[in-house]
Design a protein. Structure first.
Length: 459
């Protein structure tokens, strides 16, 4: 029987999950920096601020518990993708966007190095990322994607034909793939918990069970008191819409996952999935997967993409139809897994700006800062964002503070019902485009998908 919800598989199998949350805020207080959100962005920001300035008073407020959101529910991809790079190239020039990409490449190593230094065992395995094409149209996009990555300086990326792809992972109908070494498999929850503990060792004050209802210049307001500080940093990603005045800032996009029972060694030999590379594809409604440390396959995709009114779930439950769709996707990639037990299913939300560009911002006049809008690439991007916020808060002019995503402004999402109708139509178009490309074997992207890209603002 599939366990549906329980926050995520990572939490459902966590042996320390019954530990009580950290104490909530108990009244008005002050700090030098108050951080709202106990996910990767907030925790990394607190960590780097205290490492750089040990005397700084840093308080972090989390509505539930650290890692309750996407940081404890994601697919465990620590990789070098960043949302908005192509737009930043158009706005600021190719060289500026190339610097941003290089910073992301370096970030993968940064996270691995810090976890090792802090003694955080997050099941990290650096096997890179394999992006696969399974239709002629996907193969065309794959080759263009590969060429673009090379043009942005990723000279160590490799392009594989169908036979070579199957020697890396034996995927049904694979026509080719692109592999980068700038990626690793992680256990998301172990990283969250280890990072929170590292923050507390440095002296960061973390209050859990403390929802922030409003962020204003130099204060974060909660039902239990107000924290006043010269800098207030919003690190709430997909839960940003719940804050007063932020309903249309970032859209909370849903993503769902399933995980199999542990697979025997014979199955892994048949799949050729030996180096634990993370796996993605070039479909419009794309998938992402990893081989877990305990020899399961965790695979995810969009499911129902958006809830009306920017609502978010409570316990991670996902729809039975989504579980069925992801199971079918799994067996289409790996027919040998037909009938394999699906032990867990869950969902979460990620933050999507209207132009699909991740951003880092600090307004020195108000003291308000924020980072996010990662569009599903946040495991590594949150670390780069946090180091950038650190430099902005401390007033340091560095290579990070001059990256093109700093202080980028995005227009707000449309009001309801247009927001809901638009997202539903968008993903219906992407799914139909994938079906048409699979049925017709055309080597070019269907016009329906190109239209959806223009409407969405992705390209």
């Amino acid at each position: 029987m599939t366990i549906n919800g329980g926050i995520s598989f990572w939490y459902a199998t966590d042996k320390t999950a019954d530990q009580p949350p950290r104490a909530p805020l108990t009244g008005d207080t002050t700090a030098d920096v108050v951080i709202v959100g106990g996910g990767y962005t907030g925790l990394w920001t607190a960590y780097y601020l205290k490492r750089a300035a040990p005397d700084l008073r840093v308080t972090l407020l989390e509505q539930k518990f650290c890692g309750y959101g996407a940081s404890g529910r994601n697919g465990g991809w620590l990789y070098n993708g960043i949302a908005g790079r192509d737009r930043y190239a158009r706005l600021h020039g190719h060289q500026a966007a190339q610097r941003l990409q290089q910073a992301m490449n370096d970030t993968v190593t940064e996270v691995i190095d810090v976890t090792a230094a802090e003694g955080i065992d997050a099941d990290i395995h650096r096997g890179g990322v394999l992006e696969v094409a399974r239709t002629p149209a996907q193969l065309t996009r794959l080759k263009a994607f590969h060429a673009a990555e090379l043009a942005f300086g990723e000279s160590d990326r490799e392009l594989y034909d169908a036979p070579t792809t199957r020697t890396h992972i034996n995927i049904a109908d694979a026509l080719g793939s692109s592999w980068t070494p700038h990626g690793a498999r992680i256990h998301p929850l172990k990283l969250v918990k280890g990072l929170a503990a590292a923050c507390e060792r440095l002296g960061v004050v973390i209050h859990e069970s403390t929802p922030v209802t409003e962020i204003a210049p130099r204060r974060a307001i909660t039902p239990y008191g107000t924290v006043r500080a010269p800098h207030v940093l919003r690190c709430t990603e997909g839960f940003t819409a719940a804050l007063k005045g932020q309903k249309r800032s970032w859209l909370p996009m849903n993503s769902s996952m399933i995980v199999t029972a542990p697979l025997p060694r014979s199955t892994w030999s048949e799949l050729n999935w030996s180096d634990a590379a993370t796996l993605g594809d070039m479909a419009h409604a794309y998938m992402y997967a990893q081989r877990t440390a305990d020899d399961r396959i965790a695979i995810g995709g969009r499911g129902v993409p958006y809830r009306y009114g920017s609502r978010t779930d409570n316990d991670g439950r996902t729809q039975p139809a989504t579980i069925e769709a992801l199971t079918n996707l799994l067996t289409s990639f790996f027919p040998a897994l037909t009938g394999t037990e699906i032990t867990h299913a869950w969902s979460g939300v990620l933050g999507v700006p209207r132009d699909w560009c991740a951003t880092v911002t600090l307004d020195r006049t108000t003291g308000l800062g924020w980072a996010g809008g990662y569009v599903g690439s946040g495991v590594a991007t949150a670390n780069l964002a946090a180091r950038t916020l650190r430099d902005l808060v401390l007033g340091d002019s560095t290579d990070l503070t001059t990256l093109p995503w700093v202080n980028h402004r995005v227009r707000r999402w449309e009001p309801e019902p247009f927001r809901w109708l638009g997202v539903q139509a968008l993903y219906a178009a992407y799914r139909e485009a994938d079906r048409r490309e699979a049925a017709t074997h055309t080597p070019t992207t269907t016009p329906l998908a190109r239209l959806a890209d223009r409407i969405s603002g992705r390209h």
